[in-house]
Design a protein. Structure first.
Length: 408
């Protein structure tokens, strides 16, 4: 069966052929490296006003690291739980998914408390109450009980503390999304797009205290997550993309167009009807409700990444790739620490009047610390796994699984 036929059958019916599919095994370093890179970009972008953030991907395209992070969340969820579902181990999959949701929830609450403590300390030491507004935690000090209830119910999200709640909601929707993808990925994507457009038309979202809806509207951001689930299940079943050179060229052309549109001053085409559109994308494509330009941009990037980035462990062999992969493998820890560091970085930058040297030092130091944290956590996992496999009760002559980040 040709790759195009197999790919078409997968899109329509959720599997390449009538027989029971063989599940692919092994870790793809592209996911870890790209997720690690996205985490570093998010850390830098969470300190607005620093010179390094001006050179991040959002300055050269319509999407940014948040889009990549959400799409990869869908891919990872499909790879983590999809295999269990395909094997009929629904109870185990549900337990693992529930455990992950609980971990994400606890992590969000812990980061919320820590950030409140960091900002409160900064206000006390500097006598500058504007830091409360910068992170939008005035409600916590105005009515602590109400703010805590809002945080516990995810209905109150200070600035920069809105990605984990989005991830929690999307992961909670994973069973329904994955079940639909098993029936028909194409139909699932069509329904996903319809939900997004209906939410946009009727201004639907989840409540976020006095701020209106969530900064990341889950009804919109479920689209890249769903796309990620489709990609993840395709990888799980070993579906290969067909070699469509025309689509490669179209995706590349769109990325070039996006870069020109973002870097240009005004409307580079001279077509008056497009003046407002160019102004809007240069200011920043709608992030809350996911502008079409963002979705098309992340789609083009995804297609080219799958088609041309080396699969398997190749991307993690260079030193930089291994460092980013280790951060990507420990994404929750690195994200949470990076979020706290970025808030501290904002305060330090403001107190030093955004001195260029301080900006560069904070960005370089933070990225180095976060990649180092990822490397340490990967090393720690290897050491503890080896220790567990050495115990007589668990050994029984069987070798333990080799972690992806093991020394070569």
């Amino acid at each position: 069966m040709s790759s195009i036929t197999s790919f078409r059958r997968f899109l329509l019916f959720g599997r390449p052929a009538g027989e029971t599919p063989r599940l692919e095994k092994g870790r793809d370093a592209r996911i870890d490296v790209l997720r690690g890179l996205a985490l570093m970009i998010i850390f830098v972008n969470h300190m607005p006003g620093n010179v390094v953030s001006a050179y991040m991907p959002h300055s050269y395209g319509f999407s940014d690291a948040a889009d990549i992070f959400v799409l990869l969340a869908g891919v990872s969820a499909a790879l983590a739980y999809g295999g269990l579902v395909e094997q009929g181990r629904f109870g185990v999959a549900a337990l693992k998914l529930g455990g992950r949701l609980w971990t994400l929830y606890i992590a969000h609450i812990a980061v919320f408390i820590i950030v409140c403590g960091v900002v409160a300390t900064a206000v006390t030491q500097t006598q500058n109450p504007l830091y409360l507004e910068a992170v939008n935690i005035q409600p916590f000090f105005r009515d602590t009980v109400e703010a805590l209830i809002g945080a516990l119910t995810l209905s109150y999200q200070p600035s920069y503390l809105n990605i984990l709640p989005l991830y929690i909601v999307l992961l909670a929707l994973f069973p329904a999304i994955y079940g639909a993808v098993r029936i028909s990925p194409l139909l699932t994507l069509a329904v996903s797009l319809a939900i997004w457009q209906i939410a946009l038309a009727f201004q639907l979202s989840l409540p976020n205290g006095n701020e209106g809806g969530w900064f990341f509207n889950p009804l919109a951001w479920q689209v890249p997550f769903t796309l990620g689930v489709v990609i993840g299940r395709g990888a799980l079943l070993g579906i290969g993309l067909p070699r469509l050179r025309w689509l490669d060229a179209a995706a590349l052309a769109f990325l070039i167009f996006a870069a020109v549109a973002k870097m240009a001053s005004g409307n580079p085409t001279g077509i008056a009807a497009l003046n407002d559109w160019f102004d809007s994308v240069q200011l920043g494509s709608d992030k809350t409700n996911l502008a079409w330009s963002r979705l098309m941009h992340i789609g083009a990037l995804t297609w080219l990444a799958i088609r041309w980035l080396p699969a398997g462990g190749a991307m993690a062999r260079p030193l930089l790739g291994r460092a980013l992969a280790s951060a990507g493998q420990n994404s929750l820890h690195v994200f949470c620490v990076g979020l706290v560091l970025s808030i501290i970085g904002q305060i330090v930058l403001a107190e030093t009047s955004f001195a260029l040297g301080v900006q560069l030092l904070i960005c370089a130091g933070g990225v180095t610390f976060l990649t180092g944290l990822g490397i340490f956590l990967s090393w720690y996992r290897i050491v503890t796994n080896r220790g567990a496999s050495a115990e007589p009760a668990s050994g029984r002559g069987m070798p333990s699984p080799r972690p992806f980040f093991s020394p070569r």
